[in-house]
Design a protein around this ligand. Structure first.
Ligand code: FE
Length: 188
C-alpha cells in the first residue's frame, strides 16, 4: 500500500506531526524483530506507584527501558522481570524512529529507549506526559501497529482540551520541541 502524504502539521501545532503510513514499508522487519524483543523481555502488566495494575502490557528494547513499580516510574538498563538487560534496539526500529523524527523536523534524534505498549480491546492509557526522560530536546516517536485506536493529544497542562487522532496500522506520531511535554492518552 502506498503511504499517505503527511497531514498538514499546523493541524496539531508546532512540534507535532502525524506521518500516516510511514511504518508500512518496514512493517515486516519491525514485526519480525519485535518477536525477538518480547522473547527476551516478555510483555507484562506493570504496577503504578499507587498500586494500580496497568491494563496495557509493556516491554522495552534499547539500552534503557521505562518501568514502573511501587517505588515509582524510572528508566532502567535492566529488565527487573528477568533481571538482565533489555534486547538491543533492532536496526529496523532505530531507522524508522530516526527517519520519522527527521520528517517531523528533528534531524538529530538518537533513540536509546523504546517502550512497547500492547493494547487489547478494552485497554487504555490515561492522560499523561512523557517526562521521565533526561533529555527533552529529543522528540517522542510513537509507532502504531495492529488495530486502529484513538489517540488523544492534549496541551502542556492537564486541563487543556484534547484533540482526537484516529491512528491505524503503520501510522507514526512525533512530538518534540515545543510539543515535547504535551499530555496524551489512548482511549479505551
Ligand atoms: Fe506517553
Amino acid at each position: 500500500m502506498e503511504p499517505l502524504a503527511p497531514l498538514p502539521r499546523d493541524i496539531l501545532g508546532a512540534g507535532t506531526a502525524i506521518l500516516a503510513g510511514l511504518a508500512l514499508d518496514v512493517e515486516e522487519e519491525v514485526l519480525a524483530s519485535l518477536k525477538g524483543v518480547v522473547v527476551r523481555s516478555p510483555f507484562r502488566n506493570m504496577v503504578t506507584p499507587s498500586g494500580f495494575r496497568m491494563s496495557v502490557a509493556m516491554s522495552n528494547c534499547g539500552s534503557l527501558g521505562w518501568v514502573t513499580d511501587r517505588t515509582g516510574y524510572r528508566y532502567d538498563g535492566i529488565d527487573p522481570e528477568v533481571n538482565r538487560p533489555w534486547a538491543t534496539m533492532p536496526t529496523a526500529f532505530r531507522e524508522l524512529a530516526v527517519s520519522a523524527a527527521r520528517e517531523a523536523g528533528f534531524p538529530n534524534f538518537v533513540p536509546d529507549a523504546c517502550l512497547i505498549n500492547r493494547y487489547e480491546p478494552g485497554t487504555r492509557l490515561s492522560l499523561h506526559q512523557d517526562k521521565n526522560e533526561s533529555d527533552f530536546t529529543q522528540p517522542i516517536v510513537s509507532v502504531s501497529l495492529g488495530l486502529p485506536a484513538t489517540f488523544l493529544f492534549g496541551g502542556l497542562e492537564r486541563r487543556d482540551k484534547t484533540q482526537r487522532i484516529q491512528v491505524i496500522h503503520g501510522d507514526v506520531l512525533v512530538w518534540g520541541g515545543p510539543a515535547r511535554l504535551r499530555y496524551h492518552a489512548l482511549r479505551r
